[in-house]
Design a protein around this ligand. Structure first.
Ligand code: SAM
Length: 228
């Protein structure tokens, strides 16, 4: 399977194991991950957010139920909402989730926007679990012909220790703990020295900080909504 598909499979496996009811995918792009998650029966609310409304709209009809879905007795409890909006801005409709995923998103943010992202996701949305994937720059030497970043829109690509120190600071600031893994393995003898192609942090909320009475802000625009 492609690396892209492996990252999404990582989330699907996490969902199978942890059974979250409310899941949001930030930087959902063309909704490919959401299309895989809608088959997970424990999910009641599935939300996608992307800054690029046109990108969402391209393929979103693929999230509509097929007529045969209505014949399935268990298909009565899924609601899907897609929003155009930026992860640097708060929206009250994104609070109270069990899982928020951010697949190959953070490296597209400038460092000031990354600070805002942390405060929005970990400080305001405060989901029970957060998954963040981003390129591991140590792996780049195994990518033939690559000079510079993997994509021209990337604002940074971190090695494992840079990712870890960012994540651990987020944990300290917002009361989470993190574990590190990844997808896309190097040849066996190099796995340890370069790590995974995509590095992944899995964060769990610790409930050490008191819930703050945050104001209700609505900055995202609903572009699609469907009930199963
Ligand atoms: N997560 C998808 C995936 O796994 O295929 C798409 C990853 S794509 C490399 C990055 C996505 O992040 C793009 O769809 C882009 O429009 C979106 N994005 C970039 N900056 C954003 C922001 N500030 N708020 C929300 N989405 C953003």
């Amino acid at each position: 399977p492609s690396l892209h598909s492996q990252r999404h499979q990582f989330v699907v496996d996490f969902v199978r194991k942890n059974k979250p009811n409310k899941v949001a995918d930030l930087g959902c792009g063309e909704c490919r991950l959401l299309k895989r998650l809608k088959f997970q029966r424990n999910i009641e609310l599935l939300v996608g957010v992307d800054i690029d409304g046109a990108k969402i709209k391209k393929k979103m009809q693929g999230l509509a139920p097929l007529s045969t879905d209505y014949l399935q007795p268990t298909y009565d409890q899924l609601h899907i909402d897609l929003y155009q909006g930026s992860v640097t801005q708060r929206d009250a409709r994104l609070r109270g989730f069990d899982l928020v995923t951010n697949i190959e998103l953070i490296e597209h943010l400038t460092l000031p926007d990354l600070e805002l992202f942390s405060s929005v996701v970990f400080g305001y949305m405060r989901p029970a679990s957060v998954i963040v994937s981003t390129p591991n720059s140590e792996f780049n030497k195994l990518l033939p012909g690559l000079t510079g970043f993997r994509h021209s829109d990337h604002k940074f690509e971190w090695n494992r220790s840079e990712f870890r120190s960012w994540a651990l600071q987020v944990c300290l600031d917002y009361g989470y703990e993190a574990e590190f893994t990844g997808v896309g393995e190097a040849p066996q003898e190099q796995q340890e020295s370069v790590g995974f192609c995509s590095q992944i942090g899995v964060f769990q909320r610790l409930n050490v900080l008191p819930d703050r009475d945050e104001e209700e802000v609505f900055s995202y625009t609903l572009v699609y909504s469907v009930n199963y």
